[in-house]
Design a protein around this ligand. Structure first.
Ligand SMILES: Cc1cc2nc3c(=O)[nH]c(=O)nc-3n(C[C@H](O)[C@H](O)[C@H](O)COP(=O)(O)OP(=O)(O)OC[C@H]3O[C@@H](n4cnc5c(N)ncnc54)[C@H](O)[C@@H]3O)c2cc1C
Length: 657
């Protein structure tokens, strides 16, 4: 079919919620033009705002649609810094601070919170962030369906397993007013089962020879089937894969074979941590390659790579088939230790994800920035961005500001101040503080701190983040899902590996659209992988892909995939899609050590993240990167640790004075 005809059918180029195009790059029109980085705007001949864009009463980044996540205007300065760009002479800020925090994600915001607690309410804190919104990955996406507000999460999705949170992390949530037990009431765990909605698999014709929505999943999420259970042959027979592959799926689900008879439990474990699940399937149960095609992208959500780069050991612990007869070694987490806690349901979810945690932190740090005082009222509270950088408040958040240097004023071992140079509104500025806490991506730190030792720089540069995309699509209604009996679709061959109805959460004044006739948000995930390469190489290639893919490509893929997947349910992308927000995260999940590519014998204290996060003079380092785990509790724990280092340094100085 010709492109124009296809585009017309998909509804491309028709007006959807407050979005427009400029040379293939999308951004919101109207007053929100002012919010994009002026340097970028200048390149397009757009006049710059004479004042900080956040002071514009119409400044409200959560309501922007189109390309979000690491939006245009947020990354160019950091990339120029990486490429050796020099900046014009900086203008010094009039104010100085006790602490400058670089990065206003959950880690940076939590660090400001912990520091204020330790140093007192009058502690002067400046937070800098390169994005037009605070929260980092914890990004809020708002949509408007008529008079109705719909919320989506642009990144950090849920509070996962809060029972495993440290006392500092859960303590912080509690102090912010979050009682995780209330999610048992707010998350309607019965809604989808009561409507008989289940998980399904979409086989696309390019990969599997035909478009087919198969109402089951082999791996991954399903209320009715997970890992251990076996699908009957007549159900497997509907899968559009080779007959031999169907038999192999049944075989690995049912047979109990020890593929490593000569190894004991510990040796078997050692083998599985060094063998990818793909290699395991092909070399031991010797499955047909079509089985790999079905399983390939099932690990994308969690690992940002497919089963070619995830260990068999990790897949076994997630309940993947093939291990019934395979011996187990000693447990990695003896009872009572972290990780052995009771399984909690995946329900600890605010409608905007952990952006609500970021918003609660900001409301606490900056009085007047949002109304209310509960975990319920923050969900619909409108933030006042004009208050974030208020000279009258001891804590200030300066958005659209990229740090390009953090250097000691004098010798790092004796200096009394750190100077941070940053670019904002196209101008170079500098501010001084007694201490600096870098809660930004750890791979940026070597560029900010040229004085640092080569060893520490290399350790920090090791933290290559994992790229992924969270797209939110506002649809007119979700009757197609009801008709098809699905709430989640796994798509092993498609551009987006999964599509799900938004989580059914209602809290405070926010009500989940629980009737299929109501408008709703669909959530799609893409991880750009290059199967076969080592994980880090895949992340590098994926990051490049994300930075070079225009919004229009994402939009076309979304319309095409949803149209084909839900066609039998009557979904029409041209009619039913009302708005699209693509959150691209070229620097997404913190790099997590992957047993396939990391030395196993390395002691924890020698992990690059531990070596990299050591305090350097008056500079301390946080972010989830600094513990190599892509989680909110890690971001908070690392903030706490970095603040303790600041406090220890200050107390040490006080004693020696
Ligand atoms: C799509 C996605 C989904 C996720 N889902 C979950 C989940 O469900 N549960 C969970 O626990 N975790 C999840 N995570 C992990 C998430 O990364 C952490 O939970 C947490 O939000 C990370 O916070 P952070 O402050 O460490 O880092 P970030 O959120 O990355 O914040 C760092 C900030 O520093 C800024 N920065 C970088 N360089 C500079 C500079 N030079 N100058 C100024 N600012 C700079 C960055 O742009 C960013 O805003 C998810 C992550 C992603 C990407």
């Amino acid at each position: 079919m010709r492109q124009e005809t296809q585009d017309r059918e998909l509804g491309m180029h028709q007006k959807i919620s407050r979005r427009d195009f400029l040379n293939g790059v999308s951004f919101a029109v109207g007053s929100s033009l002012l919010v994009t980085n002026p340097m970028w705007l200048e390149a397009f001949g757009v006049p710059q705002s004479p004042f900080a864009p956040e002071k514009d009463p119409a400044y409200y980044p959560p309501a922007k649609t189109g390309m979000r996540g690491s939006h245009d205007g947020s990354w160019e300065v950091a990339h120029a810094m990486r490429d050796g760009q020099e900046w014009p002479e900086s203008t010094a800020d009039a104010e100085s601070y006790d602490l400058i925090v670089v990065g206003a994600g959950i880690s940076g915001l939590a660090a400001a919170y912990f520091y204020r607690k330790a140093a007192g309410n009058n502690a002067r804190i400046l937070l800098l962030d390169n994005h037009d919104d605070f929260g980092g990955h914890a990004k809020r996406n708002e949509f408007q369906a008529g008079n109705r507000l719909l919320l989506g999460y642009g990144g950090t999705q849920s509070i996962e397993a809060p029972a495993n949170y440290s006392k500092e992390a859960i303590g912080l949530l509690n102090e912010l007013g979050i009682d995780v037990q209330r999610f048992y009431k707010y998350y309607d765990q019965k809604l989808f089962p009561s409507m008989n909605l289940k998980s399904a698999t979409f086989f696309d014709k390019e990969t599997f020879g035909q478009d087919l929505l198969w109402p089951y999943v082999i791996v991954g999420y399903d209320e009715t089937y997970s890992g251990g259970k076996t699908l009957p042959p007549e159900v497997l027979a509907q899968m559009p894969i080779a007959e031999a592959a169907r038999k192999d799926i049944l075989r690995i689900q049912t047979e109990s074979v020890d593929y490593f008879p000569d190894l004991d439990g510990a040796e078997t474990n050692a083998k599985l941590v060094k063998t990818s699940y793909k290699d395991f399937l092909l070399q031991y149960p010797k499955v047909h390659p079509d089985v790999v095609k079905v399983f390939q992208t099932s690990t994308h959500d969690l690992y940002c790579v497919g089963i070619d780069a995830v260990s068999a050991s990790a897949c076994r612990s997630m309940g993947y088939p093939g291990f019934k007869g395979v011996k187990r070694g000693p447990r990695r987490h003896p009872a009572g230790e972290e990780g052995s806690g009771e399984e909690e349901p995946y329900i600890f979810h605010f409608p905007d994800g952990n952006a609500s945690i970021a918003r609660l932190l900001v409301r606490s740090l900056i009085p007047g920035s949002a109304p209310g005082h509960t975990m319920e009222d923050i969900v619909t509270a409108k933030m006042d961005y004009a208050r974030l950088d208020d000279p009258g408040n001891p804590t200030r958040i300066r958005l659209n500001s990229t740090a390009v240097a953090a250097t000691h004023v004098g010798d790092p071992s004796t200096a009394k101040e750190v100077e941070v140079t940053y670019l904002t509104a196209g101008k170079s500025r500098k501010a001084r503080a007694s201490n600096c806490l870098l809660a930004c991506y750890n791979c940026v730190v070597p560029y900010l701190c040229p004085e640092m030792s080569q060893k520490q720089k290399e350790a920090l540069a090791y933290a290559v983040k994992q790229p992924l995309v969270y797209a939110n699509v506002q649809v007119r209604n979700w009757t197609a899902f009801q008709k098809l009996g699905v709430s989640y679709v796994y798509s092993p061959g498609s551009y987006f590996c999964s599509t799900t109805l938004d989580f059914p959460v209602s809290l405070g004044e926010y009500k989940f659209p629980s009737s299929p006739d109501e408008p709703c948000i669909l959530h799609l995930v893409r991880t750009p992988c290059s199967p076969g390469l080592p994980a880090k190489e895949q992340f590098k290639a994926g990051r490049y892909e994300l930075f070079t893919t225009p919004f229009e490509t994402f939009e076309r893929k979304i319309r095409d995939q949803l149209g084909r997947m839900l066609a039998v349910g009557g979904f029409d992308p041209a009619r039913d899609i009302q708005a699209i927000t693509v959150n691209r995260w070229p620097h997404g999940y913190a790099y997590e050590y992957n047993s396939l590519f990391e030395p196993q014998e390395r002691p924890a204290s020698e992990r690059p993240c531990v070596l990299g996060r050591k305090p350097f003079g008056r500079i301390t380092i946080a972010n989830s990167d600094s513990d190599g785990h892509a989680y909110t509790n890690t971001a908070i724990d690392q903030a706490y640790r970095a603040v303790q280092e600041v406090v220890a340094l200050r107390e040490g100085l006080a004693k020696s004075a």
